[in-house]
Design a protein around this ligand. Structure first.
Ligand code: PMP
Length: 386
């Protein structure tokens, strides 16, 4: 047996090590609670007060293609993308959704072929974000059907390819895989933010999805947005949201606007006494710290391996770094066939490779949990033996 190595967050170096009380550590979902500390110290600057007479109408701006989009949110989305430099917003329609999950469905609806045609094939390269498949299976739509791995799609027919970059679950930056002419692409940029990946260029695609869930960590506000080049596609996406929920909560949009504003302010005014911390510095440091500690624990256990990412220069933060994804794509070695089962026996809940279309040797582990759970996970991982 080896002496346990206790991991604790750098911000609490003086606090006593956490004792492992044998609890279940749930790292299955990517629930981003770790940014709570940042938001607590912003105090009233991120408090939103909405009076009884406000946000009453279904409409925000009837002249806008997305007639339920709040002007304040639209402004803050554009401002944040300009500051971060991760996406082009010029000549784009902005569509707001109840999370990017609703926008993903709206995009499938908008890109599908006219009624009467065969359902269009939807593909994504392995390992793919498991929820895409779950949603498509659940919907049983007559408009589209799941066709699996993009790499093996070889039909001469229209298709929709989902490109998640950085990818959930494995963290790699991605390009389209199907090289055919009849493709319609949906770029999911949930994680293309400077705490997770170097911002090397402003993404400039026809249909791009973003979400507040992973950028600020406010998954519970349920706000996502799409940047869409084509007016007809933008109109159809708006129609889908009208049919499914007659718009998107204004209260949530106003809260999201306030949060995005606070991020932009913290980035532009860092050093100001009022705005003590730059959000992306804070979140980058947490991710860097966690990845460093995870790699150490994995090395010590000799039972697992992790992907290696190339280093790239981030134009936003002016430094080079390796992607530090929101999920760790852990591979069990040493003859363990089902990594999920193995970890579950040690009361660590993850999501097994089969959900993402690949071998059960792999598991996806959330890197976004609260400090205690994350550090207990590291302690337990470093002490595991086959
Ligand atoms: N896309 C990807 C790749 C994700 O990982 C997630 C969240 N797990 C989403 C979209 C959905 O995010 P939202 O909370 O905005 O619906």
């Amino acid at each position: 047996a080896v002496a346990p190595v206790y991991y604790s967050s750098s911000s609490s170096a003086d606090s006593p090590p956490i004792t492992d009380d044998g609890r279940i550590i749930n790292l299955d979902h990517g629930d981003p609670t770790m940014y709570e500390k940042f938001w607590k110290q912003t105090g009233d600057r991120t408090t939103v007060v909405i009076s009884g007479w406000q946000s009453i109408s279904y409409f925000s701006d009837p002249s806008n293609v997305c007639w339920f989009l709040e002007g304040a949110l639209e402004r803050e989305i554009i401002r944040l993308h300009e500051i971060v430099g991760n996406a082009v917003t010029d000549d784009r329609y902005i569509i707001v959704g109840t999370g990017s999950t609703q926008l993903f469905q709206a995009a499938l609806y908008a890109l599908s072929l006219p009624e009467g045609a065969e359902p269009v094939s939807v593909v994504s390269a392995l390992p793919y974000y498991s929820f895409y498949l779950n949603v498509i299976d659940y919907m049983k739509s007559g408009l589209y059907k799941w066709a699996g791995d993009a790499e093996s799609f070889n039909k001469e027919e229209p298709y929709i390819e989902l490109i998640t970059s950085p990818n959930n679950p494995d963290g790699f930056m991605r390009q389209p895989k199907v090289n055919r002419s009849m493709g319609m692409l949906i770029h999911d940029f949930a994680y293309y933010w400077p705490q997770y990946a170097p911002i090397t260029r402003a993404a400039d695609h026809d249909l791009m999805l973003f979400t507040i869930s992973k950028s600020s960590g406010h998954a519970g506000v349920r706000i996502g947005w799409a940047l869409v080049k084509d007016k007809e596609v933008a109109k159809k996406m708006t129609k889908f949201i009208e049919l499914s929920s007659i718009g998107v909560s204004k209260d949530s949009q106003l809260r999201a606007a306030k949060i995005l504003q606070a991020i932009s302010d913290s980035t532009e005014l860092a050093g100001d006494s009022e705005i003590s911390k730059n959000f992306f510095e804070f979140s980058y440091n947490i991710m860097a710290d966690r990845w460093k500690q995870l790699r150490e624990a994995v090395k010590q256990s000799e039972l697992f391996s992790l992907p290696e990412f190339p280093s790239a220069y981030c134009k936003f933060s002016n430094r080079s770094f390796r992607t530090q994804p929101a999920f760790a794509w852990l591979r069990c070695r040493g003859g363990i066939e089902d990594c999920n089962d193995f970890l579950q026996n040690h009361k660590i809940l993850t999501r097994g490779g089969r959900h993402f279309g690949v071998s059960p040797e792999y598991v996806r582990v959330s890197m976004l949990a609260g400090d205690d759970n994350f550090h207990l996970f590291l302690n337990r991982l470093s002490m595991l033996w086959p």
